[in-house]
Write a protein that binds this ligand. Sequence first.
Ligand SMILES: [Zn+2]
Length: 410
Amino acid sequence: MNSTTLFYIIIAIIIIDFLVDKILDALNAKRYNDPIPEELKDVYDQEEYQKSQRYKTTNYKFGLITTTFSLVLTLVFLGLNGFEFVDNIARSYSDNPIIIALIFFGIIMLGSDILSTPFSYYQTFVIEERFGFNKTTRTTFILDKLKGLLMMAVVGGGLLALIVWFYQVTGTYFWLYAWALVAVFSIFTNMFYARLIVPLFNKQTPLEAGQLRDQISDYANSVGFNLDKIFVIDGSKRSTKANAYFSGFGREKRVTLYDTLVSDLDNEEIVAVLAHEVGHYKKKHIIFNLIASLLLTGLTLFILSIFISNPLLTNALSVNIPSFHVGLIAFGLLYSPISELTGFVMNHFSRKFEYQADDYAKNTYKAEPLVSSLKKLSKNSLSNLTPHPAYVWVHYSHPTLLERVRNLRK
Ligand SMILES: [Zn+2]
């Protein structure tokens, strides 16, 4: 194999990936106007249903435009040897492989961020605004962007620098050290997410004493689950869409409720949503996901270590001087079908786990409040009630609303 062949393989992967994605989107879009199943007739009234139809179509068209734009841009960038251009810029500042890698990825990340910002601006202030979801101010939007970039520079840059350094020092064995680093880092962020990252973007306050707190405690006690850290987050600062999640483990374990969830759902519905989340804990889904993703990371890094020292990778992107950072990009592109596949398998497990967590909520609490909360959440986010099965199969990490309602009422 020579570098030209490899280059065309990369191009083929990018185009096929795009086409598969667009076919799935189109199949899904064809079902937008399917009749609503009997069990879900009460989710929307006529007017809301029409609004949800418009929302789906708008997002579909917008997605088509943004992904086509990014495809064309990627192909042009590859065709014009963009990576070599950026590599040369980075090399003009330093001879140190770590500094070169940092400048190289800095330019790529910043460039793609600048190009995608107008689209996310439009998404937030035109589309989400038009459908009444948006609560973000322009100041919050800009601050979010800046904080995100800063975090990326510090955390991403730090991790990258360490991994390049491992490669310098240990050669092919770098993957073991990189794996250990990623493992420690992901367990650490998982553990302290609520303390370290959330405060950068949101305010969180302990749920005040009262009926809701009592009902949650009563439920937690009834299943022997220690749940004393309950926080409410100001999700309404950005969007009307609602959510709830668990984070951390051991003593850091806490549940976070969006203020929008607290105002949209009644107490029983909130307890039912939490019962579902407790189900994920009790059924060991959190641990499974953590271990699975660690093993996948290890496998990916191991495969990377086999190929990274081969100059063919760098040459495939028309870059002359072989390097870790350019090899990493080429590897990422070549590896994407495999990561699509693993993502697909993980989604399959995730949907199984959702049923198990729903069953847990049904058996330890009640099914009906969970049904009505899922319906309310679907309604409030104008969800698609009639997705195409192939689309669900590939993209959905949760079963469809219909499947969940049927399972809960079984
Ligand atoms: Zn779940």
